[in-house]
Design a protein around this ligand. Structure first.
Ligand SMILES: Cc1cc2nc3c(=O)[nH]c(=O)nc-3n(C[C@H](O)[C@H](O)[C@H](O)COP(=O)(O)OP(=O)(O)OC[C@H]3O[C@@H](n4cnc5c(N)ncnc54)[C@H](O)[C@@H]3O)c2cc1C
Length: 493
């Protein structure tokens, strides 16, 4: 029987949940506090003609994204053109740099040049990473993770050792490579998972496969094209989007959600899926209905917040790739400032994205769209004056790398974004950018649950629950939660 379902938030997880639930024949309404979809992946344009993606820029694991479209009879190419970047990205060290080629065979040659035998080691590493990717994507990632019993199967038992669940990522990488540069290069993808490579299980070397082997892609028109495409898919199945609608309260009786208060009005639903940040959703409930206490959240390891600058540069910048990692300083020292001392880093690392190198629709002709991102501790004091100091540091390192001078004077548009903006825009706990870190103690069944323990028709999705942070996992999260509801009969809701 058709159910009336509300989805709170229109980030990737909300878009995905809405699409699958509408496909199953439900009446689906998505309520989004902003004036457009996408959540952390929104896009904005400036009067000077720059178009900025606000969040994600690394389009990895294209097969996962493709399988979303396939579930609805589409391909991504029905909506946007996807470019495979070559080089995938450049990583800058204090003395030299590595350009990561599109082709894995070329990457092996490059590894061999840096360290004798490392080409073959990379091949072995990637074979194992491919295995983990396939098992992970087929047998692990789609589970609702109510309990460990879901993971008991002969196939999983057989592959348990090969999955390296109990080995730390850093130790694992060190078994393959001696060169510090190669180790850093291999550790970089798990930084997306929001914790130090020391704390991340080696299982996540599957990310190296999902990135380096499957390639780094870019949707022409920007990452936002994926948001727009997913919205179209959801709408094609009947989902209705309501923008500038903030959910202010979740009303309950003893066992169920009865209604939502949205912009001061009451609306009743059979079920509610919250894709807003988990902690925030819980604050919309009376305390006795929350899954977790404040103490629980304080004891979680959150993925970092970030300082971001969106810059319009009124000239082209030479010698700069689409993606560049400025890793001239020690990774561990920066990571310690995020998780240990929780302060602004003294010797920061940062990332620069210049999509106008690939796409002439995101900046006016002869100009550049420059996005800078520096990971930071959550809850940090982020006054504008401090942000600006770090901007100066990042600009001088870009000048040094590219050989240009006077970059500051070329800035035609500038907007900063930091922890307090994540709080005010997304109700993000501590201003987190990427949700919860995928440490071993926060993986699978140990993540915040997708169902409310007392209210049988309230569900959670998004980067703070299973399977975790990132665009592909958020899309999968929406599918998992939709399937949970589809499985339930009307009387159980
Ligand atoms: C700067 C940055 C860079 C990133 N880079 C990458 C990358 O390169 N590659 C990658 O794969 N991933 C990347 N990520 C991670 C990825 O973007 C996220 O994991 C993903 O977008 C999260 O989607 P979500 O649906 O869980 O949450 P969100 O996108 O946060 O969506 C939640 C939605 O809920 C809305 N909302 C909140 N409260 C309410 C309320 N009370 N009422 C109504 N609506 C509400 C919010 O406005 C928001 O639209 C990045 C993230 C950031 C922030």
């Amino acid at each position: 029987m058709k159910k009336k379902i509300a989805v709170i938030g229109s980030g990737f997880s909300g878009l995905s949940a809405a699409a699958y639930l509408a496909k199953a024949g439900n009446e689906v309404h998505v309520f989004e506090k902003h004036d457009r979809p996408g959540g952390r992946a929104r896009q904005f344009s400036t009067e000077h003609g720059y178009v900025f993606d606000m969040g994600p820029s690394w389009y990895w694991m294209p097969d996962i994204i493709e399988s979303f479209f396939a579930d609805f009879g589409y391909k991504s190419s029905d909506f946007f053109e996807l470019i495979s970047l070559n080089p995938q990205f450049e990583i800058i060290f204090s003395q030299d740099k590595i350009s990561v080629p599109q082709n894995l065979e070329e990457l092996k040659i490059l590894f061999e040049r840096i360290e004798k035998g490392a080409g073959l080691q990379l091949e072995k590493f990637m074979q194992s990473a491919k295995f983990k990717y396939e098992v992970g994507m087929q047998d692990f990632v789609n589970k609702p993770c109510h309990n460990w019993a879901e993971f008991i199967s002969p196939k999983i038992a057989k592959s348990a050792i090969k999955l390296d669940l109990l080995t730390g990522f850093r130790t694992y990488v060190a078994k393959y490579f001696k060169s510090e540069k190669l180790r850093t290069l291999m550790e970089f993808p798990v930084i997306f998972l929001g914790a130090s490579p020391k704390k991340i299980p080696a299982l996540y070397s599957l990310m190296n496969y999902g990135g380096y082997a499957l390639g780094t892609h870019y949707p022409m028109g920007g990452f936002y094209q994926l948001v727009l495409a997913m919205k179209k898919v959801a709408e094609s199945r009947g989902a209705v989007f309501h923008f500038d609608k903030t959910v202010e309260c979740i009303n309950t009786d003893n066992v169920k959600v009865k209604s939502l208060i949205i912009n001061g009005n009451i609306y009743e639903f059979d079920a509610v899926i919250a894709s807003a940040d988990y902690h925030h959703t819980e604050t919309l409930l009376n305390k006795e209905y929350r899954n977790y206490s404040e103490g629980y959240w304080q004891n979680r390891t959150f993925a970092p917040s970030s300082l971001i600058y969106y810059l319009g540069i009124d000239q082209t910048i030479p010698n700069l790739e689409h993606h560049t990692l400025f890793f001239e300083n020690d990774l561990d020292v920066h990571i310690d400032s995020i998780y240990g001392e929780k302060k602004w880093p003294e010797k920061p690392l940062f990332y620069a994205c210049c999509p106008s190198k690939t796409d002439n629709t995101v900046a006016p002709r002869g100009k550049e769209n420059l996005f800078l991102l520096m990971p930071l501790a959550i809850g940090i004091n982020d006054q504008e004056v401090v942000r600006e100091e770090y901007l100066m540091e990042m600009l001088s390192r870009i000048e040094k790398h590219t050989g240009i001078t006077g970059l500051r004077s070329m800035i035609e548009y500038k907007k900063s974004y930091c922890a307090s903006d994540f709080v005010s825009d997304y109700n993000a706990y501590g201003g987190n950018a990427y949700g919860l870190a995928n440490t071993l103690c926060q993986t699978a069944v140990l993540k915040p649950k997708i169902r409310n323990k007392r209210l049988k028709n309230l569900f959670y999705t998004g980067q703070l629950t299973v399977p975790g942070p990132g665009v592909p996992p958020s899309i999968i999260s929406g599918k998992i939660v939709a399937n949970e509801i589809i499985k339930l009969k009307q009387e159980k809701l």
